[in-house]
Design a protein around this ligand. Structure first.
Ligand SMILES: Nc1ncnc2c1ncn2[C@@H]1O[C@H](COP(=O)(O)OP(=O)(O)OP(=O)(O)O)[C@@H](O)[C@H]1O
Length: 332
């Protein structure tokens, strides 16, 4: 396994925040702390080349986990091993093997042209000339860096900044990339461009990637596997292709008949009259198979056209969040 996480916990100590003048004085003299458990004993493993979406509602513990995986934060307990290294203890060696992209923060020097940041990173990571040149050439072309390469980072649009940040995280050819909201705030075209690039890098270079995102399109378009965290616990870890099967049980079959039928009653199926010769059939995947339903309809009625609608990934994720939160409440 490339990444192994066992019973990982992160607690934050925060000041008890009581309002009022006297409480303020008391807090200064005798500060009281409380512990917030942001990550609550999570375990998972990721193999080389996997594309994993790490999602969850606000405050679920995603960023905290990514920070522990990338060696920025030390765990309160539990263990992270990446390529046989402890990200925090082996930081010096570790940083040369990974790249980190934070959508909300940049690693570009604010007042310097983007190209100067790249040159500096070349020195920091001791990237050989030949490798640096080849990578710059590739990224300039695939990420369209030329249009802003000589402009200071502070003048770049969000989309340009993100493209430069992704290039900056990859110049030293890491095997693993951690992305924290890589498409946040971007328009559709910019999002697509970044998704295409990310997919290509995974395919061509076999880079293992973990993403946190609130954009379900990122998950559908980039990831093969989805891990959902809620209240610091993993509530779902599944292949994206299986998640619909597991959670999205309700489907809709829309049928265009060649004539009008008054009533069509099929057990375990709810019929909706859509007008004209069109009807929709809502059913649960685990109660009746779509093939069985289609056979029943085509054997008994004159069917002209039909389409099966899968539930939207957004709907499924919402369901997982609701069930996850429910589990947590009943446990706590
Ligand atoms: N430095 C900190 N000190 C105290 N509490 C913190 C700190 N950082 C995060 N937390 C708390 O830990 C919990 C998890 O936060 P985290 O940032 O990991 O969530 P997240 O899933 O990334 O959320 P979002 O989607 O909003 O970015 C939250 O309740 C947050 O308030």
């Amino acid at each position: 396994m490339l990444i192994q996480v066992d019973q990982l916990v992160k607690d934050y100590q925060t000041n008890k925040n009581q309002k009022g003048f006297f409480h303020g004085i008391k807090a200064l003299l005798m500060p009281e702390y409380e512990t917030k458990r942001a990550v609550n004993g999570i375990s998972f493993s990721i193999s080389a080349g996997e594309m994993v979406g790490f999602i969850g509602p606000n405050g679920a513990g995603k960023s905290t986990t990514v920070k522990m995986l990338s060696g920025i934060l030390v765990p309160s307990s539990g263990k992270v091993t990446v390529k046989g290294m402890d990200p925090f203890k082996d930081r010096k060696k570790y940083v040369s093997q990974i790249g980190v992209v934070f959508g909300q923060r940049t690693q570009l020097w604010w007042d310097l042209p983007a190209v100067d940041t790249f040159d500096l990173l070349k020195e920091v990571y001791k990237i050989p000339d030949k490798v640096y040149k080849a990578n710059m050439e590739e990224f300039r072309e695939l990420l369209g860096l030329d249009e802003f390469l000589h402009r200071p980072a502070r003048q770049l649009s969000l989309g340009q900044r993100m493209r430069a940040d992704i290039a900056a995280a990859m110049l030293h050819e890491p095997d693993i990339l951690f992305f924290d909201e890589p498409t946040i705030g971007l328009d559709i075209i910019a999002k697509e461009r970044i998704r295409e690039f990310i997919k290509r890098m995974n395919k061509e270079k076999g880079i293992t990637m973990l993403f946190t995102t609130h954009d379900m399109q990122d998950i559908e378009k980039i990831c093969e596997r989805i891990m959902v965290i809620d209240h610091g616990k993993i509530v779902c870890d599944s292949q994206v292709s299986d998640v619909r099967q597991l959670y999205g049980t309700e489907r809709k079959l829309s049928v265009q008949f060649s004539q009008s039928y008054d009533q069509i009653d099929i057990p375990r199926v709810q019929t909706v009259h859509e007008g004209g010769n069109q009807k929709s059939f809502i059913f649960k995947n685990n109660e009746i198979k779509v093939s069985e339903l289609i056979t029943q309809l085509t054997n008994n009625y004159d069917v002209q056209d039909l389409t099966v609608q899968e539930p939207e990934i957004e709907t499924i994720i919402k369901k997982i969040y609701e069930e996850g939160a429910h589990d947590y409440e009943s446990v706590s």
